[in-house]
Design a protein. Structure first.
Length: 197
């Protein structure tokens, strides 16, 4: 399986984004020095795509497949793509506060700790539907890992389009998120332009 092993802070610097969008509180003291290089239109589009892939922890092929799915959906492709990215199971686990980062959420799903409507799902890219109940397995709730996560995410509030209870480690997706409800610093229009070439 392909894994991106680039240091997180270094990647954030090169993409010009804050690590907090990944759930990481660290900041880098280094500054990115580019000698007044003018970025081309293609360069801007590519950076936005790389940013989206990096935030959601995806590789090129699955990301492109998701884009094609967004194109086939009714409505605008850009907001559709962002909605599909948000409805991935690993992202839902992160948004509900059951993991500190999306990478940790992905591992939690991989290790079969997550139930969707009472059924164990270990596919991070699984698409969650409105009305689905997400919870951590009863057997896993007693692990020290989850006690640490609950402590670290004590002040965490889930987005308006979902309901989450950190104490019981369970939650429900109420509706599909609208683009205005997604607080990710990505200009999806540039991604659509890049793939439309």
């Amino acid at each position: 399986m392909a894994v991106d092993r680039t240091p997180v802070l270094k990647r954030c610097r090169s993409l010009g984004m804050e690590p907090m969008y990944l759930g990481i509180n660290k900041t880098s003291k280094r500054k990115l020095t580019r000698a007044n290089r003018k970025v081309s239109e293609y360069g801007l589009q590519l950076r936005e795509k790389q940013k989206a892939k990096f935030i959601y922890g995806m590789l090129e092929k699955p990301f492109h497949n998701l884009f094609e799915k967004a194109e086939r959906m009714p409505g605008l492709t850009g907001p559709n793509l962002m909605t599909l990215l948000e409805l991935r199971l690993d992202n839902i686990v992160f948004r509900m506060g059951f993991a500190r980062t999306r990478r940790e959420a992905r591992q939690i799903v991989d290790h079969k700790h997550v139930l969707v409507n009472g059924k164990c799902i270990n596919i991070p890219s699984y698409r969650v539907n409105p009305g689905d109940k997400i919870e951590i397995k009863e057997k896993s709730k007693s692990l020290q890992r989850y006690k640490d996560i609950v402590e670290a995410n004590a002040g965490h509030t889930a987005p308006a389009w979902m309901e989450a209870d950190l104490e019981s480690l369970s939650g429900t997706v109420l509706e599909k998120p609208m683009r205005e409800q997604i607080d990710v610093p990505v200009n999806e229009t540039l991604i659509v332009e890049l793939y439309s070439k």
